[in-house]
Write a protein of this length. Sequence first.
Length: 286
Amino acid sequence: MPNVQRITYFSKEPLICPVCGSKFFREDLLSGRGRLIAGELTDELKRMYEPTQKYGELYPIVYSVSVCPVCYYSAYPQDFLSIDEKIKEQLLNEKDKRRESIVLVFDEVNFEEPRTLIEGAVSYLLAIMCYDSFTSLFCPAFKQALSSLRCAWLFSSLHSHYPGGHYDYLAKLLYRKAHFFYSLAVEKDQSGEENLFGIKNFGPDTDNNYGYDGFLYITALLQYKYGQRSDIARRITSLEESKRLLSKIFGTGKASRDKPSPMLEKAKVIFERIKEDIKDLKEKSA
C-alpha cells in the first residue's frame, strides 16, 4: 500500500456555525517540507505550482473558504463568525436552496472529509450565494468577484483532469460571473456604496497580495477577455474603460512594493492589446 503523505490538517478546536449551530472542524493546508513549489504566474495573477513526487498537485485556494457541512453556510474566515441576526435569519431560510443548487451539479460533496477540487469549487459557489445576504460593510461584491474568479480556476483545473465532465463550460460561466462582479465592485467602490478601504488582501491568489492595483488590473483583464463582443460601440466603450483602469496602475511606471514588476509588465502588455483592439474595432465601424 503506498505511503500517502498528508497535505492538510483539521483544526483541534471545532467551529460552531453561526447559522445552524452545527460543530465542525476547519481544514487547512500544511506548509513546509517542499509541498509548494512555485511555478509561473499567469496573466490572471494565478500562481501555478509544480507537482511533486511526494505530494502530487496542490491547490491552496481549495481551502480558503470556511463551509458548514450541514447548512452549507460559506464565507471567508474573517467574516464567517461575524454575522448578525438579520444575516443569520436570511442564510438559515436559504439553507435548502443552497443544498439543492449544489445537488443539481454534483452528485456527491463531502465537507467533513479532506477536500478535493470539487469541494474547493463548491465552497466558492456557496460563498457567492451566501454573500448576497451580507451588508455593504463586508464588501460582498468584491468577495463574490474573488470567489467567482477562483471558482473558474478550479473548474478549469477539473477540466484538465476530467475533460469529459463539462467543467470547461462551468469555468466559462464563472469567468463571466467574475467579470460581472469585478465591474460591479469597481462601481460600488467609486460610488461609496462599498468602500474597499477595509480589504486587507485583494489576492487574487493566495501567494501574493497585489493590492488595489491588482484589483483594477483583474477588472480590466476580465473585461478584455470576457466582456460582450456583439455590439461594437459598447465593446469600444468598455475597452476604453479598461484602458483607463490600467493607466491608473502605471503611475510612474516603476515597480515598488505596491506595484510589483510582474503585474506592471502584464498590465502594459494587456494595455497595448486593448489599444490595438480599439483601433481595429474603430476601423471596422468606420
